[in-house]
Design a protein around this ligand. Structure first.
Ligand code: ARG
Length: 464
């Protein structure tokens, strides 16, 4: 990056009598990070020039010169030969200055009827719209991975937990479908956010609109926006669409973080429910036996920065009077980092989840511990006329006996069980088995293997 500090070089230098302080120049510049918007900045400028020619503000020849120049600049940037200059402050003025270098005086006409205020608001929306589409695809990829896994493990029994204590047996597929549903809501939130991102601020100019006969609907159509914004002051000042995206991202990361926590627990030798392929794990430099679940741990950790970015943007916005303020330049780094982090985490999970190996014997053995079918015994008693509260008490006593004897309910004899209630008969053992327990929860949203398969098939239809 070059540093040419002459007042005359500033596109806004006219009313200034001394050059910008060298530190202030660096301090106020955003080109170090907003150059990543170059592609969308050029796309927006091409549409703007096309519209200006259509309404007669530029000639067709000027428009073509500008478009050619901008395309050449894009090629320079992509080839790495573009000289970014801090003294030109941001991506917008860098590109505009280069355009004038390349095509001469016509380059100076591009900025007619617009301001960097509506330009930057447009660029961020174009950028975010593209990223939203990529992120939406990545969520879908992970969801399909979960559907395959749920189908594969529809009959696999594992303990279900509340308070992280064994509660009732569930199927592994059912557990995966819980994750799927969380992601489905995240996907819906993302699509909903996209509707409000895809509105075009261009034409608001600095804050009040412009005196040229611009055709905003036409520019919006060229750029694939659903409509132009309704109010010029609002257009250049609010960043609520970016905040909304960050709120979506925080919730998505919260979900990924919860999956991560479970994967970390499940790979531990204490749980031993799953195996992650070596390619998603790392070792320890001192303990030779270690295989650490770094990917889930890192995803869980990265949730912190995404939540932080949401708070940054909310705080950035909360004290600002209308309309544009320089504060808004601070919207970019949190937004960019949120996008990068979410994409990275989704990529890692999309690759890792289908490769997860479930240790079916271990999950079944674990489900047998902790009296996971106690509720089934209580339900059995209720079906034979015992009021639920009494049934709860009876089973509680049977569990206390089991704890003392170190035996599960299913390992007791019929005579032993009958000591707690005379309504118990030999068919009780059907409900005390793990498979009987999960199969009995056979309704929409229940854990029965057939319900998991039905839920997977409904989900596939939803996603088709
Ligand atoms: N770099 C600025 C930003 O990111 C562009 C808009 C600057 N507008 C202005 N009037 N200083 O917000």
């Amino acid at each position: 990056m070059t540093d040419q500090n002459k007042t005359s070089e500033k596109p806004w230098g006219g009313r200034f009598s001394e050059p910008t302080d060298a530190f202030v120049e660096r301090f106020t510049a955003s080109v170090g990070f907003d150059q990543r918007l170059y592609h969308h900045d050029i796309t927006g400028s091409i549409a703007h020039a096309t519209m200006l020619a259509r309404v007669g503000v530029l000639t067709d020849e000027e428009r073509d010169q500008i478009i050619e120049g901008l395309q050449a600049i894009k090629a320079e940037i992509e080839a790495g030969s573009f000289g970014w200059s801090v003294s030109l402050e941001d991506v917008h003025m860098n590109i505009e200055a280069r355009l004038t270098d390349r095509i001469g005086i016509t380059g100076k006409k591009l900025h007619t009827g617009r301001s960097r205020n509506d330009q930057v608001a447009t660029d961020i929306r174009l950028y975010l719209r593209d990223e939203i589409d990529v992120i939406g695809e990545e969520i879908r990829r992970l969801q399909f991975g979960l559907l395959d896994l749920a189908e594969r493990e529809a009959d696999t029994v594992m303990p279900g937990f509340t308070h992280l204590q064994t509660a009732q047996p569930v199927t592994f597929g059912h557990h995966m479908m819980a994750w799927f549903e969380m992601l489905e809501r995240d996907h819906q939130r993302l699509l909903d956010c996209r509707k409000r991102v895809n509105i075009m601020p261009l034409g608001a100019a600095a804050l009040a609109g412009t005196t040229y006969p611009i055709d905003r609907a036409y520019t919006a159509e060229l750029l694939g926006f659903d409509a132009p914004t309704e109010n010029s002051l609002d257009s250049v000042s609010d960043r609520d669409f970016a905040i909304e995206f960050c709120a979506f991202a925080s919730l998505l990361m919260t979900h990924l973080s919860r999956f991560s926590e479970e994967l970390v627990l499940w790979t531990s030798s204490q749980f031993d429910f799953i195996d992650l392929p070596d390619r998603f794990c790392t070792g320890s430099s001192i303990m030779p036996q270690k295989k650490n679940p770094d990917v889930p741990e890192l995803v869980r950790g990265k949730t912190g920065r995404v939540n932080g970015h949401l708070v940054s943007l909310l705080t950035l916005m909360k004290g600002q009077p209308l309309a544009y303020n320089k504060d808004n330049q601070e919207d970019k780094e949190p937004l960019f980092d949120t996008v990068d982090t979410v994409k990275g985490c989704l990529k890692a999970y999309g690759d890792m989840v289908p490769a997860l190996q479930v240790k079916r014997e271990q999950t079944r053995t674990a489900a047998r511990r902790g009296f996971s079918t106690a509720t089934d015994l209580a339900d059995y008693l209720v079906k034979r006329g015992v009021p639920f509260r009494d049934a709860h008490e009876i089973v509680g006593k049977a569990v206390a006996f089991g704890v003392a004897e170190k035996r599960d309910l299913s390992e007791m004899t019929l005579e032993e069980l009958q000591r707690f209630s005379t309504v118990i008969e030999a068919d009780v053992f059907e409900v005390l088995t793990l498979d009987g327990s999960v199969q009995a929860r056979n309704h929409i949203g229940g854990t029965a293997p057939d319900q998991v398969r039905a839920a997977v098939s409904r989900a596939r239809t939803r996603l088709a």
